[in-house]
Ligand binder design. Sequence first.
Ligand code: PMP
Length: 360
Amino acid sequence: MSKFLSKAFAALEPYTPGEQPQPGARPVIKLNTNENPYPPAPAVRQLLQQLAEHPAGQLRLYSDPEAGDLRRAVADFYNLQQEQVFVGNGSDEVLAFAFLAYGKGGRVAFPDVTYAFYSVWAALFGVEARVVPLDADFNIQPADYLEDAAETVVLANPNAITGKNLPLAALEQILQVHTESMVIVDEAYVDFGGKSAAALLPKYENLLVVQTLSKSRSLAGARVGIALGQPAVIADLNTIKFSFNPYNLNRISQALAAAAVRDEAYFAECCQKIKASRQLVTKGLQGLGFQVLPSLANFVLARHQLVDGQQLYQQLKQRDILVRWFDEPRIRDFVRISIGTQADMQRLLAAVAEILQEVR
Ligand code: PMP
């Protein structure tokens, strides 16, 4: 840290992303950042080829600050109006804008075990955070979020790290109470079996649904996130965006994302394959004596009595399999395993079986 950094950020603890192996490093089975094991839709590949044939022309110009074509594609997919759609540079940016728009000067509540970025944004933007423990079975209890109608609520659904899903009826209980504040539902993992709260948008002016193309549409590297809300809410996010970076989403990513959203059949097929792999790895891990939290996401959180989380993470890494271990009080015993192809899952299960044999 230099002596010039604003005092406001002296104690800021930034988010630590999962490890990304450097180009040229030994190949690994990468199950640590919940990426999709399948390539993006064929239309995305075609578009990239076209761009390669006319590379520089398009880049001379700024991207569309309205991201009109992409927003239309998303609106069509969800049967919404374009005015109900916002897009950003990854859902990380969209969520950061939402924290700023709805949190600043107030308080935001979120669970103790969830996406670690929420507490970082709260600290960055000077938002008071109320951290609410999940129950003993790692469930969100709606009753914990009903006390203060003016407190913003942020929930990942399915929840990050646990994969557990909150039914929409429970979410509605929270929405009905928060008449004076926004309820932000982070649906990064919803396409792997959850139900989107987007269906509730006509009923609730205080609902903001945030999604990403990083997971179910295999575009993590393109950095595209979306938000769905009533037009007034989307206008709020635009106020923040146009006060920060009007061209937040680059030209290439806008085009690739629109193509990915329009290929509904490929999307459905990939999600189906991930769900099948999730079932396979869940059963396999359970067969080896693991506790696996029931997940509707593209990852599972699992623990075993004989091997602690850090040890398992390290032993798998030695076998060129990357999973994620969080040095956090309630989940230290677990590892989080992203869902890969069936072949990836078979290799993971074989490696885990070998590790367990060694410790027995
Ligand atoms: N929300 C949750 C719950 C996540 O796990 C992630 C991925 N790390 C994000 C948001 C951000 O995703 P992206 O910025 O790639 O859209």
